[in-house]
Write a protein that binds this ligand. Structure first.
Ligand code: THU
Length: 130
């Protein structure tokens, strides 16, 4: 299954009664396995979780640790970008040159790298005071 097919399929299961904005995310780990996730909203709005977070949690729970490629899809007018928090979450498990494909449901795509999505990211070196 392609990342696009996986993301579109899981998007159908999104729980988005408040925003009505369903998002699907799929990632391929360096092992080759594909993981997917959808957004899961909550009546206490900040408790909702993004599609990317779900896909990452599924990967970690299954024992994989590194991301080789990511794709996100939603019914948006332009290719849907990961939110700021999800950019940091992706960067935790992906090298800077990893490809992130942003998609609409009607076939438009924009390809970016992790470095482009999150320039100047906070990483563990910032906690290293010698
Ligand atoms: N959403 C995601 O799942 N991923 C993103 O990167 C952008 C936003 C979800 C969160 C919320 O359920 C809905 O889209 C509207 O913000």
């Amino acid at each position: 299954m392609s990342l696009l097919d996986a993301a579109k399929a899981v998007r159908e299961n999104a729980y988005a009664p408040y925003s009505q904005f369903k998002v699907g995310a799929a990632l391929r780990a360096t092992s080759g396995r594909i993981y997917s996730g959808c957004n899961v909203e909550n009546v206490a709005y900040p408790e909702g979780t993004c599609a990317e977070a779900g896909a990452i949690a599924a990967m970690i729970a299954s024992g994989d640790r590194r991301v080789a490629e990511v794709l996100v899809v939603a019914n948006s007018p332009s290719p849907v970008p990961p939110c700021g928090g999800c950019r940091q979450k992706i960067a935790e498990f992906a090298d800077e040159d990893v490809k992130v494909t942003l998609c609409t449901m009607d076939g438009r795509q924009r390809v970016m790298t992790v470095a482009e999505l999150l320039p100047g990211r906070f990483d563990s070196s910032h906690m290293d005071r010698g």
